[in-house]
Design a protein around this ligand. Structure first.
Ligand SMILES: Nc1ncnc2c1ncn2[C@@H]1O[C@H](COP(=O)(O)OP(=O)(O)OP(=O)(O)O)[C@@H](O)[C@H]1O
Ligand SMILES: [Mg+2]
Length: 346
């Protein structure tokens, strides 16, 4: 059993709030992603959970016990840092077994565990190579295995995949998740990659400027974002300002019609593989809008400057009560003037 409670954590560096009243709970066996832009406080929060940094206020409870001041070495947290720093003068095998030497397990038991770990993270073939002889993905897996070797109650991963190319990253996403499920180890993974969070997490904690914006399962974060910041950070979205209310709609939820609906002009069409991304100008609304249509649909009639009509299905519209983040950030329409001169005058 491992239940973690992050209770009202605040952390300042000088006058700067790196974290402000952060609260959440983690269930046994859960995989949680901390997601947010660079500098929003993800690493700071992970370091506080690991005990490497002290909060200014707030507490951390593990299974009901206050561990806020417990030394990192007493927390049984396996950590993979943002730069995974393997020992360069040790082989993959030595890197992974390094922490085990101090433990009082029998030699046979240790050997059995190491063999199991090597096969779980798919490293059998590189056991005796040095880090400089390993690919980025292999080094990443060694770092993961090194953290797992200590039988941690918790796994804390700080952007473990950020240094890798898209293909390897995709493969490792699956491997990390499978390993986590096999070992049933409660995990917090930091990322600023929304796709990574959406594909891997049981729940996502979205952060901005040291504060939690939303905590929920990936589907609800995408379909029901709590505020304009979350809507804009995760996936693509169109904001439509209507008097004081702010409504939003995802590009794939807009319907295109040749005859009926809101009048628009095609400004740009981009092929993106599975879909076309259209940028349209809404003639009466002084606004541009992104629309995605599957590329297997016939869209021959949508050339640049052509007139089309769009519909915004009511059940796909998202309305925000909390508009603070809309005014705080600059979303979307700043190149409208360029659009207007180029398209509407043509
Ligand atoms: N030791 C420190 N002293 C002063 N400021 C710090 C310190 N550590 C972090 N910060 C600041 O706190 C903020 C949060 O930093 P943190 O490393 O937690 O961000 P992050 O979300 O992990 O970003 P990234 O995605 O770039 O890794 C940043 O503005 C950073 O400059
Ligand atoms: Mg970081």
């Amino acid at each position: 059993m491992s239940h973690l409670l992050i209770n009202d954590i605040t952390k300042k560096f000088g006058n700067f709030f790196a974290l402000k009243n952060v609260n959440f709970e983690l269930e046994d066996g859960e995989f949680l992603c901390l997601l947010g832009p660079s500098g929003c406080g993800k690493t700071t929060l992970l370091r506080i959970i690991a005990g490497l940094e002290e909060p200014d206020s707030g507490k951390i409870f593990l299974n009901g016990k206050d561990i806020t001041s417990v030394h990192p070495s007493k927390r049984k947290f396996g950590i993979v840092f943002q730069s995974y720093a393997l020992f360069p003068n040790m082989t993959a095998y030595e890197n992974i077994t390094f922490g085990l030497k101090n433990k009082k397990s029998s030699k046979n038991e240790m050997q059995r565990k190491i063999n199991e770990l090597f096969s779980i993270v798919n490293l059998d073939h590189v056991k005796f190579r040095y880090p400089s002889q390993l690919s980025g993905g292999e080094q990443q897996r060694v770092a993961l295995a090194r953290a797992l070797a200590l039988d941690p109650d918790f796994l804390l991963l700080d952007e473990p995949l950020s240094a890798l190319d898209a293909k390897v990253r995709n493969k490792l996403r699956k491997e990390i998740r499978e390993t986590q499920e096999k070992l049933k180890i409660t995990t917090i993974m930091v990322t600023h990659d929304q796709e990574e969070a959406l594909t891997m997490a049981d729940r996502i904690v979205v952060m901005d400027k040291g504060k939690i914006m939303q905590i929920d399962i990936p589907q609800r974060i995408y379909e029901l974002p709590a505020n304009p910041f979350v809507a804009d950070f995760i996936g693509d979205i169109n904001f439509i300002k209507d008097n004081s209310a702010i409504t939003a709609i995802r590009p794939e939820n807009i319907c295109i019609d040749e005859k009926r609906g809101i009048e628009a002009k095609v400004y740009h069409r981009e092929f993106r593989g599975a879909f076309y991304r259209l940028t349209l100008c809404l003639v009466d609304k002084n606004q541009m809008i992104k629309v995605d249509i599957p590329s297997n649909k016939k869209i021959g009639f949508l050339e640049n400057n052509e007139r089309v009509f769009i519909e915004l299905p009511a059940d796909k519209l998202i309305t925000f009560k909390d508009n603070e983040y809309y005014h705080d950030h600059n979303y979307g329409n700043n190149n409208f003037d360029e659009f207007k001169t180029k398209v509407l005058s043509s």
